[in-house]
Design a protein around this ligand. Structure first.
Ligand code: UDP
Ligand code: MG
Length: 139
């Protein structure tokens, strides 16, 4: 995957709250092009694998429970400086700390149920995108 791509998920809280359309609107308005997208639900094994880096953290069990609770939207997004610009667009992990106008400020429920995922590096964007999408699903 090119380094001008990032990976995102609209998390179960935001899907349950009816924010898929509003979040995609923000993503589009911010200049990201969708190059892969699917509506899906993660299994326990999927979530444990996807978040393996956090497996020793105290919130890991709660995170896996949350991410498998209902459906998500997974997508690969393309834009110059995609990883950094998307982290700016989503805001801080805890919505209380997120800047005004960011996706997490607008749509997140709490620190744990924070509406969206955004990759933290080009390397992880490639790994995470490949976790959710076959090559023929990426355009
Ligand atoms: N998380 C949590 N409690 C914490 C920290 C993180 O439940 O104290 C959850 C939250 O959903 C977060 C995810 O774990 O988005 C991954 O954490 P990370 O530190 O990577 O935050 P992010 O990169 O998503 O901002
Ligand atoms: Mg992270």
């Amino acid at each position: 995957m090119a380094t001008n791509r990032t990976f995102t998920m609209i998390k179960p809280d935001a899907v349950e709250n009816g924010y898929i359309g509003a979040i995609l609107e923000k993503i589009n308005a911010s200049g990201f092009k969708i190059v892969a997208m699917k509506y899906t639900q993660m299994s326990k094994r999927d979530a444990e694998t996807f978040y393996a880096i956090h497996s020793e953290r105290p919130f890991f069990g709660e995170l896996v429970e949350f991410m498998t609770r209902s459906t998500i939207v997974a997508a690969i997004l393309e834009k110059d400086n995609a990883v950094e610009d998307f982290r700016t667009l989503i805001g801080a992990t805890n919505p209380v700390d997120a800047a005004e106008g960011t996706i997490r400020k607008l749509f997140a429920t709490s620190l744990s149920e924070n509406a969206v995922h955004g990759s933290d590096s080009d390397e992880n964007a490639a790994i995470e995108g490949a976790f959710h999408f076959a090559g023929r699903e990426i355009f």
